[in-house]
Design a protein around this ligand. Structure first.
Ligand code: UT7
Length: 332
């Protein structure tokens, strides 16, 4: 093992302007603000509007802001990874489009699709290139335009999701800051509970698939909820036990924002008080790959050098995992 760790040296988020409130959803489907708030914690979500506007639009904004903030010239980026399940196109990768738009001419770039765990998968993958000493600047983006695959007549899914993107910069640290450990898991037998039926090679798009609404998120909510509660809590507790982290050692839990009840259960299992839990589900809903970097962005000014962060997620696949990060900088 090298003594180089991959430190997060900057974070930036982006959400589109348009805000879809629970009140507005009440007019679209048979639901209430009260039901959505108590069952999920979501109050509003941002939606990317406009013809030809894909996920890359949000990723580009997040990365541009990140480069400015970290004083990085785009030519310095070695690698850019974008976690997404709503790429602009099946190919090329959305990461390629983002890298091109920001002028990252020397970077190679690719997408990672691991649904709600995508950002953790991408972060861990990108960190390996830093830890080997091969690369100096790696950008990890988590971005999803969930509104492009949500059926706004289905009250069980349309209330949860939103659009957004976040990006972090990874750079080498020889002082011990950065990613300390990770536990990542997947189980494809979870597919029946959460998937998109058509549009892939198994069932290519056709008039029939469109008429049958098979290009939208299909989710068996309560089944997924049970797996999510158990696995996200387990994997968060596991990374603490494995590394001898007591509850009081954890400065922040940075959970995927799928449902406030899942977040609360994870925090309880870890013995972490609600004042140490990053929460923005009420403002953005579930932005899939975007949730964790958007949390880091919102809470950046409260983070101190040396803080222990436990990042945790669960999502489609199934995929889940936790990452222990030692924060590398004080508020600027
Ligand atoms: O992010 C990646 C992975 N995804 C997740 O982690 C999501 C996990 N699942 C969940 O967050 C929750 O299961 C949901 C928020 C999706 C649903 O909440 P729930 O408490 O599990 O509700 P449910 O599906 O068990 O439905 C309970 C009742 C049903 O009515 P009946 O059959 O009891 O009469 C639903 O029809 O609530 C009804 N319902 C609604 N009522 C008002 C479902 N959606 C709504 C709604 N407004 N929007």
């Amino acid at each position: 093992m090298s003594n180089i760790k991959a430190a997060i040296t900057g974070v930036q988020g982006y959400v589109p302007d348009y805000v879809l409130t629970n009140k507005e959803l009440e007019k679209m489907v048979d639901t209430t603000d009260e039901w959505i708030t108590t069952r999920t914690g979501v109050k509003e979500r941002h939606i990317l509007k406009g013809e030809g506007q894909g996920t890359s639009v949000m990723g580009i904004e997040a990365v541009k802001g990140l480069l400015k903030k970290t004083n990085t010239h785009p030519s310095e980026i070695d690698l850019l990874i974008c976690a997404t399940v709503t790429p602009d196109m099946v190919f090329p990768a959305t990461a390629n489009l983002i890298a091109d738009a920001v002028g990252a001419k020397n970077a190679f770039s690719y997408d990672i699709g691991a649904a709600c765990s995508g950002f953790l998968y991408a972060l861990t993958t990108g960190s390996q290139f830093i830890e080997t000493g091969r690369y100096k600047k790696v950008v990890i983006v988590g971005a999803d335009k969930m509104s492009s695959i949500v059926d706004y007549t289905d009250r069980t899914t349309c209330i949860i999701f939103g659009d957004g993107a976040g990006a972090v910069m990874l750079e080498p640290s020889v002082e011990g800051f950065g990613i300390q450990d990770h536990i990542l898991r997947s189980d494809g037998s979870g597919m029946p509970h959460l998937h998109m039926k058509a549009g892939g090679s198994r069932r290519p798009a056709s008039v029939e698939t469109v008429m049958a609404k098979e290009h939208f998120v299909y989710q068996e909510g309560s089944a997924v909820f049970k797996f999510a509660v158990t696995n996200m809590a387990d994997v968060s507790a596991e990374i603490m036990e494995k590394n001898g982290l007591a509850s009081e050692d954890v400065s922040w839990l940075v959970p995927h924002q799928a449902n406030k009840r899942i977040i609360d259960a994870t925090a309880t299992r870890m013995g972490v008080g609600s004042d140490k839990v990053m929460l923005n589900i009420h403002r953005y809903g579930n932005t899939t790959s975007g949730t964790i970097p958007l949390c880091l962005w919102d809470y950046e000014q409260q983070l101190k050098k040396g803080d222990n962060l436990v990042l945790a997620a669960f999502g489609g696949g199934f995929t889940w995992g936790s990452v222990w990060v030692k924060w590398a900088y004080d508020p600027k």
